[in-house]
Design a protein around this ligand. Structure first.
Ligand SMILES: [Zn+2]
Length: 309
């Protein structure tokens, strides 16, 4: 045990001597400070070594004898022979080996364990650099698709505009047709007599007055029907007035006078010429005032009398 301690001391001294530049005071101070803490160099050799290295570093003259064997030492501390002997001993070799192992383990221990990465599985994303031409082509393709989308939009917009315009035109057309409907059944002024009223006392006189407006030579046929009564007011209207239209607007007071009756001569009037046929009734009172009903007023209400003369 004591031998081992000594061997350890000697080896330690050899190592320090061969490893460090002991002529430098800061190195020696470091060693001595460490020695105060750990108390390794406790043997006679160790104590001598500590004194010697301090003297060497401090520049104090020494006897230049090896602190171990007493032979001459070039470095003023340990001779080369002792360095070689102790450094090459079995103990030193085993110590070095042990230290090597320890240092290896020391190195191993703090080694960070990195997660195992399977480099075969680990793949970098494929970075495919496009050739300038290819890139241009792709951008052109993208541009083309954008253009297609915008084209579709334009087409749809145009289609919508056309549809809306057509609907608008259709509405305008319907409106114009609606506006022109009266033109297909125009409300023309009622046909009226150009002759003056002449009082009549007989059926023949009445016939003669009607024949002025509906002459036989023009295709009219007048046929006497009967004596009858009709409302007095109808014969007092203005020429062209529609009896029913006037009667709808009468006040109660006006109706009282209007709906008095008087005797009238009643005639049928017909007109037949090629493709045209007209038929109606004419009434004429004693004053020679005439009202007519039928298709003589160019499509106006045929169910109502008009003041004719
Ligand atoms: Zn020696």
């Amino acid at each position: 045990m004591a031998d081992d301690k000594l061997r350890q001391e000697l080896l330690y001294m050899v190592k320090l001597t061969s490893k460090y530049d002991l002529s430098r005071m800061e190195v020696v101070e470091g060693i001595l400070r460490l020695e105060n803490e750990r108390q390794i160099l406790g043997s006679v050799f160790g104590k001598r070594f500590k004194g010697r290295i301090f003297d060497v570093a401090a520049g104090v003259a020494t006897d230049d004898k090896c602190v171990i064997c007493g032979q001459h030492a070039e470095n003023h501390i340990i001779c080369q022979h002792c360095i070689d002997t102790i450094g090459g001993s079995e103990y030193a070799k085993s110590k070095f080996k042990a230290e090597e192992e320890a240092s290896k383990n020391k190195l191993k221990f703090p080694k960070l364990k990195l997660p195992k990465i399977n480099l075969h599985k680990f793949r970098l994303p494929k970075l495919k650099l496009q050739k300038p031409q290819e890139a241009n082509d792709k951008s052109i393709v993208k541009d083309n698709s954008d253009i297609k989308v915008s084209k579709v939009k334009i087409v749809l917009q145009a289609f919508a505009i056309v549809c809306l315009t057509l609907i608008l035109f259709l509405q305008v057309y319907i409106f114009s047709v609606w506006r022109t409907i009266p033109d297909y059944n125009p409300k023309e002024k009622a046909r009226v007599s150009e002759h003056e009223q002449v009082p009549v006392n007989y059926q023949e006189e009445a016939y003669a007055q009607l024949e002025l407006d509906f002459p036989e030579e023009e295709g009219y046929t007048i046929t006497y029907s009967r004596m009858d009564v009709d409302y007095t007011g109808r014969f007092l209207l203005n020429k062209g007035d529609c009896c029913l239209e006037i009667e709808e607007q009468l006040s109660d007071e006006e109706k009282y006078d209007y709906f008095l009756t008087e005797e009238v001569y009643v005639f049928y009037i017909s007109y037949l010429k090629e493709h045209t046929g007209k038929l109606g009734i004419a009434e004429i009172n004693k004053d020679g005032s005439i009202i007519i009903e039928g298709s003589f007023n160019d499509g106006r209400r045929t169910d109502s009398f008009y003041k004719f003369r």
